[in-house]
Design a protein around this ligand. Structure first.
Ligand SMILES: Cc1cc2nc3c(=O)[nH]c(=O)nc-3n(C[C@H](O)[C@H](O)[C@H](O)COP(=O)(O)OP(=O)(O)OC[C@H]3O[C@@H](n4cnc5c(N)ncnc54)[C@H](O)[C@@H]3O)c2cc1C
Length: 395
């Protein structure tokens, strides 16, 4: 007979959101009996997570410091009509360093190389048949599809390159849209990690999830050659498809989320609607759960209530971002989508910072849509209805 083991908190999925919550809970409550269970051998998968300093609170920025592998004081954007340096701090966390730091701090609170096959609000079952119980179970198993969210996609392939001569870039180029446009809005995103090391992403805001790995690899190598960056070796590859929310029915989505264990990260649709990035939301959820546990022991129901309230608040304030996404994906000709971003990057640094932090002021919202829109007016007006997009998606 299998004897069930008991914990205070179980977190399923040791990716970005699950491992961050576990790490901070253990930091604040060292005696907590917590288990973080990850299917792979290492936490975090194969990612490089970046963020703007202005996305985070000073406290979040401070406690994240041990995870950061590189930071830059500014970043660049390049479009056919403008090139610009934006003086906002930018930083990167690699999943490999993320694993090393968090695994060391959490010690035997982590169980890796272990797949969870059943998850409820009170217990989980591992694929070797073991059962673990806890009053609080959190599901952080990453992206799942929901019929109640209409999506576009940000898809990309990245190569980490060692060059035979220095490249001379000092700051990241987070969007270089001077390249040929194809399959939606295309840009190259380049992170300089050392004088001879670059991580280059070929990225597409596309209606389709599929892409050809070989084609994107060739394009990155062409881009590198074009800039005179001589590739000595390809060190690593990363790829992903991120959801971009065009429209949704939050009430129905909340019903989906109302049973089983409460979900965080991409599984709980907790990410920036236009970039698909989830690090800032993961930190806010981490703080929310950590602070709540100080007042009363976390249970699945308490966590679900807190997460659901947070999501509803975010959802309301993000309706404007979903509208912009619909304009990007539905009003603009796919190969002219870059013009929307080009126009956006002509705004002042403060507005750009507030956009990425999803904290636009009412005046910012007006300024972004005011003036001559870079998409046909009639098509832009058709995008106003979220319900229309959702109905089309359901069909
Ligand atoms: C290549 C890439 C780069 C990205 N860059 C950024 C960025 O720069 N900034 C940013 O904010 N966001 C970025 N994102 C978007 C998003 O933040 C990440 O996808 C992030 O990792 C999502 O976190 P998560 O915890 O929801 O899911 P994940 O990090 O995917 O974690 C889910 C974890 O659950 C585990 N798991 C799944 N099923 C089981 C199971 N049955 N049992 C046990 N474990 C299981 C998985 O192995 C995985 O480790 C990027 C995404 C990708 C793909």
């Amino acid at each position: 007979m299998t004897v069930a083991k008991n914990f205070d908190i179980i977190i399923v999925g040791g990716g970005l959101s699950g491992a961050l919550v576990a790490w901070r809970l253990k930091y604040h409550y060292p005696n907590l009996s917590l288990k973080l269970i990850e299917r792979d051998k290492r936490l975090g998968g194969n990612h490089t997570w970046c963020f703007f300093d202005t996305d985070l609170t000073p406290n979040q920025r401070h406690y994240l410091t041990p995870l950061i592998i590189k930071q830059w004081p500014a970043y660049a954007v390049r479009f056919p009509e403008i090139s610009r340096i934006i003086h906002t701090g930018y930083a990167a966390i690699s999943s490999s360093h993320f694993h090393d730091v968090i695994a060391k701090d959490l010690g035997d609170a982590i169980l890796t190389d272990t797949k969870v096959i059943e998850v409820t609000g009170q217990s989980i079952k591992l694929d070797d048949g073991r059962i673990f119980n806890a009053p609080c179970v959190i599901d952080a198993r990453g992206a799942t599809l929901s019929p109640n969210l209409a999506l576009g996609y940000q898809k990309f392939l990245a190569l980490e390159l060692e060059l035979s001569t220095p490249h001379s870039l000092s700051d990241p180029i987070i969007m270089d849209a001077t390249v040929s446009q194809d399959d939606g809005y295309r840009f190259l995103y380049t992170l300089p990690f050392s004088p001879t090391r670059l991580l280059i992403y070929d990225t597409y805001y596309s209606d389709q999830q599929a892409f050809s790995v070989e084609k994107l690899k060739d394009r990155i190598l062409d881009y590198s050659n074009h800039h005179g960056w001589k590739v000595a070796s390809i060190l690593r590859e990363e790829q992903g498809v991120l959801p971009i929310i065009l429209a949704g029915d939050l009430k129905k989505f909340e019903v989906e989320q109302s049973s089983g264990a409460p979900k965080i990260g991409l599984a709980g649709a907790l990410f920036h609607p236009t970039t698909g990035y989830s690090l800032p939301d993961a930190l806010r959820i981490t703080d929310l759960l950590t602070q709540a546990h100080h007042k009363e022991n976390l249970t699945s129901e308490l966590a679900r209530t807190l997460i659901s309230r947070y999501r509803q608040r975010s959802w309301r304030s993000q309706s404007y971002f979903r509208l912009l996404n619909r304009m990007l994906f539905q009003a603009g000709e796919p190969l002219a989508r870059y013009k929307i971003l080009e126009r956006f990057y002509k705004f002042d640094t403060g507005l750009i910072q507030r956009f990425y932090a999803a904290k636009l002021k009412p005046l910012d919202r007006l300024r972004i849509v005011f003036g001559k829109p870079p998409v046909p007016l009639l098509a832009a007006i058709r995008c106003f209805s979220e319900t229309r997009t959702l109905r089309r998606w359901e069909k």
